[in-house]
Design a protein around this ligand. Structure first.
Ligand code: ATP
Ligand code: MG
Length: 369
């Protein structure tokens, strides 16, 4: 039952008793017939004159609901009048309402009529639609990277196997001939690189086929070592100082080892490439790892390159964005797919004192299993 305006606010009705009561009763009946929460406020004083039972149930328990301005303040919170949207979330119930205001003259009373339509279902549907869209975008990014990877893997597999075979043959010849130890070492280094490339490709093929990488507890310092070993020659050639700052007692990460190696390899390669034009004395690469506040392992690759402008940093992760004559622009896009797959985060920030920091997070096994 909706209380009559008279019982709600004795003395508020200044108009002649009978017409006001009749007008109020008629107003109540009209409001009750509206299928939404609906209330009428005195336009001048802002006091509540009548509200239907939906209004009582939905908004009638809110503090200040009997006063238009107090109710607005409760509904809109701190927002200024200009910033007021039509759609609000009611405190307490958390339900969403679309608000409509109409000026209405009822008898000799000037009223402001509020209807509040419950749109929670539409908002929820929109939200779930949005998250489905995000999932879809993520999947399609994974798929296009997957397709590209499948083509590359297919094309590179044969020549790589041949390279490893030739290297093995050459190693055998050199050792039979007791040949120069430098040549032997160079051949072995080449074989390590080719074997790594084969492992990546095998993993990519498996990944594309199964779409289910193999994740288990992995030792991050070991991954860092593997990647630095692969880039050792390049770092030496550039007279690069490499500084390692891996926190002691770092927990294992829950990850696919080869995929994380790929991410780190891409980031370190980018860092090295960013310092090509920097005087040798200033080149410095630093790899940090620690547990962050969320309990995830955070890895940061810091360089002393030119850094990135705002505009550049906005495009960073788009596929095929590159500023290098020899770049494909897919390194970071692949990193992002891989890290998102691992439920981690890939990020960029400017480095204190110049340069960039590219980093990612990975969960630990206890948080994932
Ligand atoms: N450490 C960095 N410092 C400055 N710019 C960077 C850094 N890392 C990436 N970038 C910028 O982001 C672009 C995209 O990087 P990304 O790794 O995706 O592609 P790429 O290195 O150009 O080519 P590739 O596909 O061979 O990796 C680079 O071309 C470069 O402009
Ligand atoms: Mg790159």
């Amino acid at each position: 039952m909706t209380p009559s305006p008279g019982s709600r606010r004795p003395g508020a009705a200044r108009a002649p008793a009978r017409p006001a009561t009749e007008a109020a009763r008629a107003l109540n009946e009209v409001l009750e017939a509206v299928p939404f929460a609906c209330a009428a406020f005195d336009r001048a004083t802002g006091a509540l004159v009548a509200g239907n039972s939906r209004f009582e149930a939905d908004l009638g328990t809110l503090p200040g609901h009997a006063q238009r301005d107090a109710l607005l303040a409760t509904l809109y919170g701190e927002l200024s009048g200009d910033a007021r949207g039509q759609e609000i979330r009611a405190p307490g119930s958390g339900r969403w309402y679309a608000l409509h205001w109409r000026e209405l003259d009822c008898g000799d009373r000037a009223l402001s009529l509020l209807t509040a339509v419950d749109i929670s279902e539409r908002i929820e549907a929109l939200d779930s639609h949005r998250s489905q869209q995000e999932k879809l975008l993520f999947t399609s990014r994974m798929m296009s990277v997957g397709e590209m990877a499948a083509t590359l893997a297919h094309e590179l597999n044969q020549p790589l196997a041949a390279i490893v075979n030739y290297l093995n043959g050459s190693l055998r010849l050199v050792s039979q001939a007791g040949g120069p130890v430098q040549v032997e070492r160079a051949l072995m280094a080449a074989r390590t690189q080719a074997e790594h490339a084969s492992a990546v490709i095998a993993r990519v093929r498996e990944f594309v086929r199964a779409r289910e990488p193999r994740r288990d507890a992995q030792d991050l310092p070991l991954i860092v070592d593997t990647v630095l070993e692969l880039l050792r020659l390049e770092a030496e050639r550039m007279q690069l100082r490499v500084e390692l700052a891996l926190a002691g007692g770092l927990p294992a990460v829950y990850a696919d080892r080869v995929m994380v190696e790929q991410v780190l390899l891409n980031l370190v390669k980018n860092a090295i490439e960013a310092m090509r034009e920097v005087p040798a004395a200033q080149r410095g690469l630093r790899i940090e790892a620690r547990v962050n506040l969320d309990g995830d392992v955070e890895v940061r690759v810091c360089d002393r390159g030119p850094g990135l402008s705002q505009a550049e940093s906005e495009q960073l992760f788009s596929p095929f964005y590159t500023t290098k004559s020899d770049g494909l622009g897919i390194g970071l896009a692949i990193c992002r797919s891989i890290i998102e797959y691992h439920e981690g985060r890939l990020f960029f920030e400017a480095r204190d004192g110049g340069g960039s920091v590219f980093g990612f997070t990975l969960p630990t096994p206890d948080r994932r299993m």
